[in-house]
Design a protein around this ligand. Structure first.
Ligand SMILES: [Zn+2]
Length: 196
């Protein structure tokens, strides 16, 4: 059962957030981190981003994906309008950083993001958003506006007890490296993205 293990206020480039560490155990070194923008009212529909960890994109500014930019834009958005970022520790669509790098190595040989995962014996997307829903329940959030392009995240809310009030799109313009990755997101995973 996920519980709040610790909390603290952290000022960022986008404003002040209260950060909660959520995990089953106090000894968990990789708890989910929930960033609540200052002044967010949980009694109204809350702007929420479910964001899966991507160390290459967020910390090292990899151009292979748009995760770092999505995180920045989402933080800016919730800072301005109120809301929370639920930062989920499911690196590499939940196959971990070692397997993600193995998948990238296969991509260098010409396979796409889905083919590479399947060749390594993983599903195309191994993530679930059950923990994010559990976090919302612990925080007593009943209705949300989901900041996403991903239909899986929208579908996971069905029968969850959390009301989906609306969707906030989070589109990042592709660069020269990640255009085919974003095309795959749109065409294969059905992400609600414009064609650039
Ligand atoms: Zn990424």
């Amino acid at each position: 059962m996920l519980q709040i293990q610790a909390r603290s206020d952290i000022p960022t480039d986008y404003g002040v957030f209260t950060v909660y560490a959520f995990s089953d155990s106090e000894d968990d070194w990789n708890p989910h981190l929930v960033w609540v923008a200052l002044g967010t009212d949980f009694a109204k529909p809350v702007n929420v981003r479910f964001h899966s960890e991507c160390i290459t994109g967020e910390v090292f500014h990899s151009k292979k994906c748009e995760c770092g930019q999505q995180l920045s834009v989402a933080m800016e958005y919730v800072s301005k309008h109120g809301g929370i970022i639920i930062y989920l520790r499911q690196e590499g669509r939940n196959i971990g950083i070692i397997n993600k790098l193995k998948a990238y190595a296969l991509q260098e040989k010409g396979f796409d993001t889905v083919e590479a995962n399947l060749m390594l014996g993983f599903p195309d997307d191994a993530r679930t958003f059950d923990d994010a829903i559990e976090v919302l329940k612990v925080l007593d959030i009943k209705a949300i506006n989901l900041i996403t392009n991903n239909p899986d995240k929208i579908n996971c809310l069905k029968n969850s007890g959390i009301q989906l009030n609306g969707r906030v799109p989070l589109e990042i313009k592709p660069n020269e490296v990640n255009k085919s990755y974003l095309d795959k997101k749109r065409e294969y995973f059905g992400h609600l993205l414009k064609e650039f």
